[in-house]
Write a protein that binds this ligand. Structure first.
Ligand SMILES: Cc1cc2nc3c(=O)[nH]c(=O)nc-3n(C[C@H](O)[C@H](O)[C@H](O)COP(=O)(O)OP(=O)(O)OC[C@H]3O[C@@H](n4cnc5c(N)ncnc54)[C@H](O)[C@@H]3O)c2cc1C
Length: 260
């Protein structure tokens, strides 16, 4: 089985603070992490590898710094890593990002499964995975919370708001992972040593068969009209009373405001 996992390096939003004077995000000193649901995607690929044998290639589009995320993925057990990086990709919206990633995947050859996270915690669009599937003209299943291999089919449990559905699909397929899928493993001591020496393959815009006009800013139809920071609504109320009383108080307040 050949599996590709798309990994995005994102700022750890739990560590992002807001400058009280300007109201803007303070990004300095904020650590970068692997997007959480991409770790679920990688974990599921590793589970399949453990059970059935597979080779796992992780790919990330981003600056050179994204090598750290790829090394972490190698230290978790991925076999190969590809960093997609080029000035030509700057200013890419989700369409241009997915075209670049699909272009890279086309160059990597045959595959059975592409895993992506459902959504990145910084961009938050949940568009890149489904767009990659569209460019490659393969089926996709989003919101995946369980994967079972049954003969030559995958039986996928797909989360819905009020239930789930089981989708039977054949590879090649793209799946987007949600956190309910699994609990990502820690890096493995041996793989941490091995990953330090492993080569991370670099691919640029010249390495893929995608017209440069479809990449970066020129390939990005999205226009950001305005951006703003969310204002704090108020200080809130701290309820300091025994649990039973607190619950009754909360229910009363919520009824008053017609939330329930
Ligand atoms: C006009 C415009 C200009 C922009 N310019 C820049 C820029 O110059 N530099 C910049 O960094 N961003 C830029 N962005 C943001 C960039 O487009 C998005 O971060 C990117 O397309 C991913 O979208 P998302 O974060 O919503 O991911 P989602 O669609 O929410 O991500 C879903 C999944 O797709 C996969 N994925 C997403 N992005 C990547 C990636 N890069 N590599 C591998 N897998 C990935 C992951 O598995 C992820 O979990 C720009 C956006 C716009 C609208």
């Amino acid at each position: 089985m050949k599996i590709i996992v798309c990994i995005k390096q994102v700022p750890d939003t739990t560590a992002v603070r807001i400058d009280p004077k300007t109201g803007t995000l303070i990004r300095e000193g904020v650590p970068s992490i692997i997007n959480p649901e991409d770790k679920n995607a990688l974990e599921e690929a590793l589970v399949l590898k453990d059970k059935y044998g597979a080779s796992i290639t992780v790919i990330s589009m981003g600056p050179l710094q994204a090598k750290d995320a790829l090394r972490e993925a190698l230290a978790m057990g991925a076999d190969d890593a590809v960093l997609v990086t080029d000035r030509a990709f700057a200013g890419a919206d989700t369409l241009a990002t997915s075209k670049a990633l699909a272009g890279v995947i086309n160059k990597l050859g045959d595959f059975d499964i592409i895993f992506a996270g459902r959504q990145a915690i910084d961009g938050d669009t949940a568009q890149v995975g489904p767009e990659i599937a569209e460019h490659l003209q393969i089926p996709q299943v989003t919101y995946v919370q369980e994967v079972k291999v049954e003969g030559d089919e995958l039986h996928i449990n797909r989360a819905l708001e009020d239930g789930y559905e089981i989708i039977k699909v054949k590879s090649p397929v793209l799946l987007t992972a949600i956190k309910e899928l699994n609990a990502p493993r820690y890096m493995h001591a041996q793989y941490i040593f091995d990953s330090a020496d492993k080569e991370i393959k670099i691919m640029t815009a010249d390495d893929i068969d995608v017209d440069k006009s479809e990449l970066g800013l020129s390939g990005s139809p999205t226009k950001v009209k305005k951006s703003m920071t969310k204002e704090a609504k108020g200080q809130g109320e701290v309820i300091n009373m025994p649990v039973q009383e607190a619950v009754s108080y909360l229910l009363k307040k919520m009824k008053e405001k017609h939330y329930i």
